[in-house]
Design a protein around this ligand. Structure first.
Ligand code: ADP
Length: 478
């Protein structure tokens, strides 16, 4: 079996250690052996990015457009094959995986054009004769640390804007899913990106991630992952004076009001809670339902949840794939037990024995919970949602906001009044009306508030806040 290597300074580099990328739908299927770096390789990649920075940060926007647009085209042209790889290494079903690949391609093409749209301002000075220019420049070497749940889209939405604005990059993908990141590296490498502008270093967070965070030669860190790791990284970046951006967890509420369109509410919740096996930071994990629709909604949701076909990610009939690994499967089961011990009634959640050995469980709903229970306070990150009953809209809104997170919040209602009030008063970065809490466009900002996010938004034109630094120049023409 070939070993997939790191990309450092335009060269493929091996390391003495490797790790196996295992298909969670079938643990007999090994996606590949991937090199696992030590600190030395990570340092070499950082140095390569440093060396490449002066030329790349001064390259013409056309050069950056061409590289990124071509990468986007290649990704789109290879969507089936890359989708297959993604489904094999992460476990989301093939149509979702292809959808994610398409999104990555679109992101590259969007940011290709952003390279041409940086712009600036000329402002009259308050001092006679003087003018002021406000321009943007690249930040420097960006270290990127990404999670396993979107193996191609998350690397894409960090790499593309970083390169578009003239930064150089060292990416450390999640240990469980290095395959898609490796393919992006290959596409950029073959797409005439100058050596060292983009570097891929695979390996452990505690080794490679740690080296990126502690290096004096890294100017900024973009992180997506757990709250615990994110907060620790943020503190370290602050100490060493690095710019940083953190996307962390969610405990996203989906409010369903008495006047909701029942079919839409059930379909939106089913999608938000269980699609992608619930492994999305924007998943609807707290369903807050008002009393008048409660019984009908729960009954309909459980019926549709039970009808979801769980199976191998590449099987045509599958509607939900496996959990990503054993550790996550155990965590999901542990939270179901905690909810049960706290008095919840559990529907679904059984471990499933399917024809291929994988990490399969049925989607689960914890009913009769209250918002103080652990199942409603902590992120599970699996196909597990819980239900809290609310007397009315006001109580539902208060419950929705009673969380330390603030990524996405949804409401199902046919009332313009409640929808508008919720949009204004829900404490979240993204609001969804009559739509799943998960599932976002590629050209508008993504991010949250409170414990979910820190720093400027990702994606869309807002991405430039993180990937550029502003310079104010005063010119006295004499
Ligand atoms: P999860 O529990 O979902 O794997 P983590 O926050 O642990 O979430 O992982 C997200 C990313 O952060 C991964 O790429 C992981 O390797 C990396 N990571 C984990 N620990 C550290 C660390 N101490 N320093 C830097 N990166 C880390």
């Amino acid at each position: 079996m070939t070993t997939y290597q790191h990309l450092v300074g335009g060269e493929w580099v091996s390391s003495s250690r490797t790790s196996q990328n295992v298909n969670p739908s079938d643990t007999n299927d090994i996606v590949g052996d991937f090199a696992e770096a030590d600190g030395e390789i990570a340092h070499a990649a950082i140095q390569a990015a440093r060396d490449a920075f002066p030329a790349w940060s001064r390259s013409s926007p056309q050069q950056r457009f061409d590289v990124l647009d071509a990468a986007g085209n290649t990704i789109l042209a290879r969507k089936e094959e890359l989708g297959m790889l993604l489904a094999r290494e992460e476990g989301k079903i093939l149509p979702e995986a292809i959808g994610e690949v398409v999104r990555a391609g679109q992101i590259f093409k969007f940011f290709a054009a952003e390279a041409l749209r940086v712009g600036g301002e000329i402002v009259p000075s308050v001092r006679p004769g003087m003018t002021v220019e406000v321009t943007r420049e690249a930040v420097g070497v960006i270290g990127m640390i990404t999670p396993w749940n979107f193996p191609i889209a998350i690397p894409a939405w960090k790499i593309a804007p970083a390169l578009a604005f003239g930064n150089t990059v060292v990416l450390k993908p999640a240990e469980l899913v290095p395959g898609c990141a490796w393919e992006i590296a290959k596409i950029l490498h073959e797409g005439k990106l100058p050596p060292g502008v983009f570097n891929l270093v695979m390996g452990k967070g505690s080794v490679v991630g740690e080296t990126l965070v502690s290096s004096k030669h890294v100017d900024a860190i973009s992180f997506t992952g757990s709250v615990k790791t994110g907060r620790a990284i943020g503190a370290r970046c602050f100490e060493s004076g690095k710019k940083f951006q953190l996307e962390m967890g969610g405990k996203n509420p989906m409010v369903v009001l008495d006047d909701a369109d029942l079919d839409n509410a059930i379909a939106s919740t089913l999608n938000g809670s269980f699609f992608s096996t619930g492994q999305r930071c924007t998943a609807s994990s707290r369903l807050i339902v008002t009393a008048g629709i409660y019984d009908k909604f729960i009954e309909g949701l459980i019926a549709q949840m039970r009808a979801l076909r769980v199976g191998h990610a590449l099987e045509k009939s599958s509607q939900m794939g496996p959990v990503v690994d054993k550790r996550q499967l155990d965590q999901n089961q542990m939270y179901l037990q905690i909810a049960k011990d706290d008095g919840a009634q559990i529907f679904g959640g059984e471990l499933l024995d399917l024809p291929t050995p994988g990490f399969y469980m049925a989607p689960a709903l914890a009913v009769d919970t209250n918002n103080a229970m652990r199942i409603n306070r902590e992120e599970v990150f699996g196909p597990v949602a819980s239900v809290v009953k609310a007397a009315n809209y006001e109580e539902a809104l208060a419950l929705a906001n009673d969380t330390e997170f603030g990524l996405s919040a949804g409401i199902c209602t046919t009332s313009l009044k409640y929808a508008a009030h919720f949009k204004r008063n829900a404490e979240a970065g993204m609001i969804m009306v009559n739509a799943p809490t998960a599932g976002v466009d590629y050209h508008v900002p993504f991010g949250g508030r409170k414990g979910s996010s820190y720093g400027p938004r990702e994606q869309g034109s807002y991405a430039r806040e993180f990937y550029t630094t502003v310079k104010t120049t005063y010119i006295n023409p004499l």
